[in-house]
Design a protein around this ligand. Sequence first.
Ligand code: SF4
Length: 245
Amino acid sequence: MNSWDPLNEAIIRCGKCPRLREFCERTARERRSAFADWAYWGRPVPNFGDPQAQLLIVGLAPAAHGGNRTGRMFTGDRSGDWLYRALLESGFASQPLSRCQEDGLRLTHCAVTAVLHCAPPANKPTPSEIGNCRAWLRATFDTVPARVYLALGRIAWQAVMGELRDRGWIAGSPPSFHHGRTVALAGGRWLVASYHPSQQNTFTGRLTESMWRDVFAAVSRLLEETGVTPDEAARRSGAGSSRFP
Ligand code: SF4
């Protein structure tokens, strides 16, 4: 057992949002024809990666036929292709592909969570559903000793900002979401903003490969400034990439 397990087990059992649970379970029953052979996960999707991560990435929610199908964050959809390729290039991931829970992908000193752990219809959660899932975001912040937080999209930015304010890690009026923005937090931590690597953003060119690479270059630079690189962090903890589920 690692420090994720009790939290992830509690997330998987959560049923606070009846609309989302009904949608996820119905999607899992009905399935998309391309995935007719899949046994969809259909439950809340747990956090993924290294519970001792220096980098915590916060997305919006699992995709109905992505994470809700595979049971792992950013797994089985094109957003995941963008994310894990960038994480491989930055030294956090063991491979660029993220297809299913048994594909061998390991993260080192990086963890992935989301504002919501259940897929919302049309990717549009209600404010009360976001509020319900804040408890899991808070518990994730409590568990992961991150130095850099990467918020993917405006909703993730706002949720993270709420958490930072509650912790007293950010002073004054909260900065607005702006792609590429970096914000210094209390205790030598940093927050970075990026557009979400959704197809809506990547197909339209709102988020380009070059912009995306710049985000991870900024993340790596900030981790270096805090004295922690993926290699250094692994050396300090004695951890290898095979340590994490
Ligand atoms: S979205 Fe979050 S709070 Fe709502 S049911 Fe899923 S795990 Fe629970």
